[in-house]
Design a protein around this ligand. Structure first.
Ligand SMILES: Cc1cc2nc3c(=O)[nH]c(=O)nc-3n(C[C@H](O)[C@H](O)[C@H](O)COP(=O)(O)O)c2cc1C
Length: 175
């Protein structure tokens, strides 16, 4: 990617979330930053998920997902989902979980969780935009939400991240 384009995209501010899904007995999560509210009535959230991600198939099959908002004090959640330890099926094992109205696992350590039922999906390049209606919200703390500018790396799609310090691509999987 052209360096100026990468830096301009890295200047966008997004939230940092953990997207969770359930499919049968499998429970899984991934870091998510391309996510936002897109309607007030009904309350709709939109997430963009790479079609090659494991989580993508789980959302297609279950028709549900939850967006777990990571607080500054629980940045370890983001560290885990960035690490190689999370690159396995059923990667929610280390965490205390609750179950949302849709049956989707919610992270008890998240600042807030928004449980959504998928109402539509749209192809967008190499990602799918899933639009979800919020069916349940749980607020647990008053911590400040983590944003993209609190992290030294930025998700720009594909298999690499953008490293703010070196202004170069960074391998997505940290060992
Ligand atoms: C900070 C951060 C934000 C990310 N945001 C997204 C995102 O919005 N959409 C996406 O498809 N992948 C995103 N990713 C990449 C996925 O979290 C990563 O590829 C993950 O391993 C996919 O998991 P899965 O294949 O096990 O579902 C992000 C990664 C990081 C580190």
């Amino acid at each position: 990617m052209e360096p100026q384009l990468a830096e301009a995209l890295a200047a966008l501010t997004t939230g940092i979330y953990v997207l969770t899904a359930r499919c049968g007995n499998r429970q899984h999560g991934m870091s998510s930053s391309w996510a936002t509210q897109v309607s007030g009535n009904p309350i709709l959230l939109m997430i963009a998920v790479d079609r090659e991600h494991f989580t993508h198939q789980m959302i297609l099959e279950s028709g549900a997902f939850a967006l777990n908002v990571v607080g500054i004090q629980d940045k370890r959640l983001e560290d885990y989902f960035y690490s190689s330890a999370s690159r396995q099926p059923d990667n929610l094992e280390p965490f205390a979980l609750e179950t949302g109205a849709t049956g989707t696992p919610l992270l008890r350590d998240a600042l807030a969780s928004l449980d959504c039922r998928v109402v539509s999906s749209h192809a967008a390049g190499d990602h799918t935009l899933f639009i979800g209606e919020v069916v349940e919200a749980r607020m647990r703390a008053t911590d400040r939400p983590l944003t993209s500018h609190d992290l030294p790396y930025v998700y720009l799609g594909g298999k690499v991240l953008f490293d703010r310090a070196s202004r170069r691509p960074l391998e997505l999987v940290k060992s």
